[in-house]
Design a protein around this ligand. Sequence first.
Ligand code: IMP
Ligand code: MG
Length: 182
Amino acid sequence: MNNNIKVLFTEEEIRDRVKELGQEITRTYVGKKPHLVCVLRGAFIFLSDLIRYIDLPVTVDFMAVSSYSKGTKSTGIVKIIKDLDESIENRDVIIVEDIIDTGLTLEHLVKLFWARNPKDVKICVLLDKEARRITRIGLDFVGFKVPDEFIVGYGLDLNGFYRNLPFLGILKNEDISGGENL
Ligand code: IMP
Ligand code: MG
């Protein structure tokens, strides 16, 4: 195991919270068929666990974006690497994202999606790094609030690694500077 990682939420804690989120979404969308959009790559594990706790007819689609950062600062430039495969017109869209930091990525996606005539767009994030927000964006479903630290595991990466950790941890004493954060 990597000594530079301090456990923030265990597998069990994540499972319990993701289950609650699934139940919350189920209650919110009774009688509807929500369309979940997973923001790749970080949210793929979260999405796959979450949908199994939603007791409704759901559909899923995937979008890949990359948010560029300089050091630990986000530049606000969001590049669409892979667009949705299906139309979201008249759909109840739920954007499923791993973590919200500055909010620039989600702000961009929400604007883009509303331009495609959905019935509704809501946001579901596993982690909220509230201290770093520079946008005013409303979150509908939030797993955990997290401190202003770099978090890896359960899908979240540093330079592509650590996604396979079954828990969420804080990465310490490592160069976490910059690059393209997928
Ligand atoms: P935002 O646009 O600043 O809100 O950044 C959101 C994106 O940055 C997320 O989708 C992640 O890909 C990445 N990110 C922000 N903080 C972390 C972190 O602590 N660990 C891993 N990725 C992060
Ligand atoms: Mg991401």
